[in-house]
Design a protein around this ligand. Structure first.
Ligand SMILES: Nc1nc2c(c(=O)[nH]1)N[C@@H](CN(C=O)c1ccc(C(=O)N[C@@H](CCC(=O)O)C(=O)O)cc1)CN2
Length: 283
């Protein structure tokens, strides 16, 4: 039997409806959620993501600014801009679009963002808050994964979740969030010897490694929930995930497609974080 498809776009749309209502009620209390997105250089994919972030703000009635800087912008100039927005009361979220040009140190930039405006959840203090289970602004893609699971009735509690990939922006935070949801979590990576065997034990398999179509049918337990966080552009221009969708769809119980699975959740969870940050200013 073919897996049930998890349509991220539909789930994302319904979350946005909820956010729009919450934003309206916050605006009634005098606070309009505000986001600034800063992009350095002209990477075409990044430009699309930035445009979509501004569109999402418009759709939800948020205030937004987009700052487009040339590729040769100095680190000092970028740091100065972040300092400016750290002190701007109309802005509740600061997002610097990644990747940055090579001459700018990503870590220095992320560290400079005020933690209460860190809507990407990448600041070391946000990461620490996530680790200890404090009320953190959660990284958007991992948070989106958890929402997809919960909103399809695939609650992680009591399940064996296997995460393939250990990046700071996907693998590690998604594993921590699954743990907070009371899953038993195994993290696999490029040096895991028995990776197929471990993957096959998963009730929930989350994959984020950046290797196109790596996960095949024999990696998946029949009926498992397969969440593909990979977005790889192929030579023919089409996108594919880290899971071989056509191979796995007949064995999995649930599966996210690429495109249209996890991807659309990223910007929606950014909107959720911006609203959360704005709401906190009422305290
Ligand atoms: N500062 C950040 N930079 C980057 C992040 C991030 O979370 N914060 N993530 C990615 C890019 N990204 C948002 O910034 C992003 C990636 C993918 C999608 C998405 O909707 N993908 C679609 C396909 C879109 C397409 O056709 O290209 C999908 O998977 O269905 C949204 C946002 C790196 N940088």
């Amino acid at each position: 039997m073919s897996a049930q498809i998890i349509y991220g776009k539909q789930i994302s749309d319904s979350i946005r409806e909820e956010l729009k209502v919450e934003a309206e009620s916050l605006k009634q209390k005098g606070v309009t959620p505000g986001l600034v997105v800063i992009i350095v250089g002209a990477d075409p994919a990044s430009q699309v993501y930035v445009r979509n972030k501004a569109k999402a703000c418009e759709q939800l009635g948020y205030y937004s600014e987009v700052v487009e800087l040339p590729a040769d912008t100095t680190q000092e100039r970028l740091l100065g801009l972040i300092q400016q927005y750290n002190g701007n009361n109309a802005i509740h979220g600061i997002l610097v679009q990644l990747p940055l040009p090579k001459h700018i140190e990503e870590k220095t930039i992320i560290d400079a963002i005020a933690v209460e405006k860190d809507v990407d959840g990448f600041h070391p203090q946000s990461v620490g808050n996530l680790m200890i289970g404090d009320d953190a602004l959660l990284p958007c893609t991992p948070h989106g994964v958890i929402e997809l699971l919960k909103r399809t009735g695939n609650h992680p509690a009591g399940k064996h979740a296997v995460v393939i990939g250990r990046s700071n922006i996907v693998g590690k935070p998604v594993a921590m969030l699954l743990l907070h949801e009371n899953a038993t979590v195994t993290i696999c990576h490029s040096r895991t010897p028995n990776i197929v065997e471990l993957a096959r034990q998963a009730d929930i398999l989350v994959v984020g490694v950046g290797v196109p179509k790596m996960v095949k049918q024999d990696w998946v337990k029949p009926g498992a929930v397969v969440i593909d966080v990979g977005i790889n552009r192929m030579d023919n221009g089409k996108l594919c995930g880290d899971v071989d969708y056509d191979d796995v769809v007949d064995v999995a119980g649930w599966i996210t497609p690429v495109p249209g699975g996890v991807g659309p959740m990223t910007i929606t969870m950014l909107m959720a974080n911006t609203l959360k940050s704005a709401t906190r200013t009422l305290r």
